[in-house]
Design a binder for this molecule. Structure first.
Ligand SMILES: [Zn+2]
Length: 424
């Protein structure tokens, strides 16, 4: 674990600031910069938790934070305990405990029985920057809280060996798939899908609704396969480098000759291949366009690789998509508030209707153009090979990376799309 102290910066500082605020401390703004106020909040936290109050987040303090980030305690039942009493002690609900402990009988608690007690705070924070590590921890936390979630990984891993996670919501026969962060500096799309997973799982576990939708019905009708981070190495490069010392990051950073900071320009995977130009859908035409623009090798963006599917991340998505029977897919990107649904006129007629429906619930514009990648994108390939509805949706406004302050708006605009995608 990275040791954090006065002067530290980066996504882990942001994460801890966000956590401290959530549990009642005052670290100042969640800005990723470890200043005197954050230090004082850490000292207060350490004092309250029996740790040496030195204001430095070393291994022992990290352990305490880690427990809170994972969002649960393991509790050993004592004489006289009731689920209600335990729930009160941990500021949570009986229903949350029952969800995390399938089959638990509230009338038959055994002394010495160990149960999982989820805390009352959400595990997906939406005011922070993502890294692979932060997402991976959240997935573990969600799985403890909602054991019914089906979490797997693609067969292939990223270039640097990170897992490409798949979270399945629902058990129904209507299979759809949503993915995020093909492009590194568009990682806010990961936040969108992770928050959707949490809200969906929470609503399902309480028999509740999300918006106007009965989640139990969607759960039984559909299976939503979510790949929240297609390009984890790229996301880590833009958000965490130079805190990582791995030479792959250093090598990649050297490809940036724009003079602009990496988060501004970097879309590719760690080898400098643009994953959303690496699918076998008019790939050669895409290559010709690249050559016209003078892009002849690995670069922060717009280089589609030496051949289709040379990259493990796109090849992994290809295999995964071919192995299933998706009725519809959505690839999330930033930015522009636009919905793309065409490719070489190969899309089915209903694609336009669905795009208009998505537009109505989100306020986004429907574009007849094929979109960001004219060729060789994931949705292009899906439409070409399956002749089913495939969409690229560009969320947010301004320039990449879209600031996290836009997240509440982005979530509000897209929740209905994510629910309707499983029903249309
Ligand atoms: Zn993109």
């Amino acid at each position: 674990m990275e040791i954090l102290t006065l002067g530290s910066t980066g996504p882990n500082v942001k994460l801890i600031q966000s956590l401290l605020r959530r549990i009642g401390y005052d670290p100042g703004p969640v800005d990723g910069s470890f200043g005197p106020r954050t230090r004082q909040a850490v000292i207060d936290f350490q004092r309250d938790n029996g740790l040496t109050p030195d204001g430095i987040i070393g291994p022992l303090t990290w352990n305490e934070f880690e427990r809170l980030l994972l969002g649960y305690a393991t509790y050993t039942v004592r004489a006289g305990d009731t689920l209600y009493g335990i729930a009160r002690k941990f500021y949570t609900t009986v229903s949350a405990i029952q969800t995390a402990n399938p089959g638990i009988n509230p009338n038959l608690l055994r002394i010495g029985q160990r149960i999982i007690v989820p805390y009352g705070i959400d595990v997906v924070f939406t005011d922070i920057d993502y890294t692979y590590e932060i997402m991976e921890r959240q997935i573990r936390a969600l799985k403890v809280r909602y054991p019914f979630l089906d979490v797997t990984t693609l067969e292939k891993k990223s270039v640097m060996g990170k897992n490409l996670f798949v979270i399945r919501l629902g058990t129904g026969p209507n299979e759809v798939s949503y993915n995020a962060s093909h492009h590194a500096n568009e990682w806010i799309t990961t936040t969108l899908l992770m928050k959707f997973v949490e809200n969906f799982a929470k609503a399902y576990s309480t028999g509740g609704r999300l918006g106007n939708y009965n989640i139990g019905d969607i759960w039984n009708k559909s299976s939503i396969y979510i790949v929240p981070m297609v390009n984890p190495d790229g996301v880590d490069l833009v958000n965490y480098w130079p805190n990582y010392s791995d030479p792959a990051y250093i090598q990649a950073a050297r490809l940036n000759k724009t003079g602009l900071p990496l988060p501004r320009v970097w879309k590719a995977n760690i080898r400098g291949a643009d994953l959303n130009l690496n699918y076998p859908a008019e790939w050669q035409r895409e290559k010709d366009l690249e050559l016209e623009q003078g892009i002849t090798g690995p670069a922060p963006r717009d280089y589609g690789g030496e051949a289709p599917l040379t990259e493990p991340e796109s090849a992994g998505m290809y295999d995964f998509t071919r192995a299933r029977n998706f009725r519809l897919v959505i690839a999330y990107h930033t930015q522009g508030e636009v919905i793309y649904y065409t490719f070489q006129n190969l899309q089915p007629a209903e694609s336009a209707d669905i795009a208009r429906l998505f537009s109505r619930v989100s306020g986004y514009v429907v574009s007849e153009n094929p979109g960001e990648a004219s060729y060789a994108g994931y949705k292009d390939w899906f439409i070409q090979d399956f002749r089913r509805p495939g969409f690229t949706i560009e969320v947010g406004r301004g320039v990449n990376p879209v600031p996290i302050s836009q997240f509440p708006t982005i979530y509000r605009q897209n929740e209905d799309i994510l629910l309707l995608g499983a029903l249309v």
